[in-house]
Design a protein around this ligand. Structure first.
Ligand SMILES: Cc1ncc(COP(=O)(O)O)c(C=O)c1O
Length: 454
């Protein structure tokens, strides 16, 4: 007879959890010495709770990924069910979860994307996209843009425009990546003004393609995420589609962050009815409950590999425990009508954030779409000079946005900050009262940035 064993009481104090984590783990994208991570002990809906029982509004959905909010019962049940039925199968096999998700993806992805490769992160999904583009076209170069992030692994970091790439320059960087100017009408990198510019940044990208030759693909975040929620003017994405088609270059849409209802459409490209050749996504595909990425291609690309060697794979490709929760996530998004809800709540949030801009001299611009917004903070509204630079981000200088974010945390609002802007991207289930709470806290904490205005 076996004796019943009760679960041991939690062995670690909050202080021990924090100490063990910072001593034994690397903190990402930072100097290690100053890392003092908050212990998250629990989370539900749009809030999480720390080890001392304090509750915080999760205003950036962790890393802009917990789109359904925390503890969605249907997604949790899907993980448990799949673990009991079939916890793992080699990618060589067909599984019910794989078939079910693939069929469902055809309903929600932009039309024309019909063949799927699954990964366990956004960066791996981009690696797959680059290899597929290179094999399919027989060409090498990838054109990316400066204000972008495509992931941390070797090809994805080489395609990343932001300073997270710099530590790999030049020797550690994959070859064949070329940078074009981003679309940023608030601070145009080529000093033009919309609309009289005629979308010169897109025209310049075409100039790059023609002069480089050997270009396999262009990769863009249709709405740039971490680098400032840069929403392109309506002409930009259709123009880019046309440029890629005319130059026989594939268009890769990196929707790791902008997908899954975040912008008030299933995918950001849907706003302009643009059909990419490859769409890459991750994060919200499972509301981040399990690690899943997706590289989706057109049938034209898929057909090529019928008679050509598909030289790519992972042990965890199409891992059943990553796929079944994605099925549940999509069903939950449909049941709760979250894409439309993101649009509606964005209509509520946008004017409130704009009102903050009118009141606070440190807010240079507020921009966004759906439930995806940035507050761009500036030292000087006339020159649009940011408080801090990319170089300061990587040399460890204390940043004004980090001070604002730390003050917000004291007011029980957790927010992502990057160089000189804050990203507002709450779970898509957020209520108006949560947004009111967030805007009040922002109103108070922005005083810190206002005091640094020159
Ligand atoms: C647009 C974009 N692409 C790729 C990635 C990389 O995804 P992951 O961190 O899952 O590798 C990210 C992560 O933030 C992202 O925002």
């Amino acid at each position: 007879m076996t004796e019943s064993v009760s679960a041991p009481p939690s062995a670690l104090t909050t202080q021990q959890v924090v100490e063990l984590t910072r001593q034994l783990n690397y903190g990402t994208w930072r100097f290690q010495k100053s890392w003092n991570p908050l212990h998250i002990a629990d989370a539900e809906g749009c809030y999480f709770t720390d080890g001392n029982g304090m509750r915080y509004l999760d205003l950036s959905s962790q890393l802009m990924c917990v789109n359904l909010g925390h503890k969605n019962p249907a997604v949790i049940a899907a993980i448990a069910e799949q673990a009991e039925t079939l916890a793992y199968a080699s990618p060589a096999f067909a599984t019910e979860a794989r078939a079910e998700l693939s069929k469902l993806l055809l309903d929600v992805l932009p039309s024309g994307l019909t063949k799927f490769f699954f990964t366990t992160s956004g960066t791996e999904a981009n690696e797959a996209a680059f290899k597929i583009a290179r094999m399919f076209t027989g060409k090498t170069k990838i054109v990316a843009r400066y204000r972008s992030y495509h992931g941390s692994t070797m090809a994805s970091i080489a395609a990343t425009g932001d300073p997270r790439r710099w530590a790999m320059e030049p020797g550690g960087k994959g070859h064949g990546f070329v940078f074009a100017p981003e679309v940023n009408c608030y601070k145009c990198p080529i000093q033009h003004t919309y609309p009289s510019c005629g979308i010169a940044c897109a025209e310049y990208l075409e100039h790059i393609i023609r002069n480089e030759s050997d270009v396999a693909a262009v990769i863009v975040e249709p709405v740039v995420g971490t680098n400032g929620v840069l929403v392109p003017p309506p002409e930009y994405m259709p123009m880019l589609r046309d440029i890629c088609t005319r130059n026989k270059v594939l268009l890769i849409a990196d929707e790791v962050m902008s997908g899954w209802g975040r912008t008030g459409a299933w995918f950001a490209v849907d706003h302009w009815d643009v059909k990419p050749d490859i769409l890459v996504t991750a994060k919200g595909i499972t509301s981040a409950y399990v690690p899943l990425g997706l590289c989706a291609t057109t049938q034209r690309i898929a057909d090529y590999f019928d008679d050509h060697y598909f030289a790519h794979g992972h042990t965890y490709e199409a891992h059943p425990i990553t796929l079944k929760p994605a099925v549940a996530t999509i069903h939950e998004m449909q049941r709760l009508d979250l894409v439309r809800r993101a649009r509606r709540m964005g209509d509520y949030l946008g004017p409130k954030l704009q009102a903050l801009a009118a009141k606070h001299p440190s807010v240079g611009e507020v921009r966004g779409l759906g439930l995806f917004w940035a507050l761009d903070l500036v030292r000087n509204r006339d020159t649009r000079e940011p408080f801090n630079t990319m170089a300061q981000k990587v040399d460890g200088t204390p940043l004004v946005v980090d001070k604002v974010a730390a003050d917000l945390l004291k007011r029980r609002v957790a927010i992502q900050a990057w160089i000189s802007h804050l990203i507002v991207a709450p779970p898509l289930i957020v209520e108006e009262s949560d947004l009111d709470f967030a805007v009040d806290a922002l109103d108070a904490s922005l005083a810190i940035a206002d005091a640094a205005v020159s």
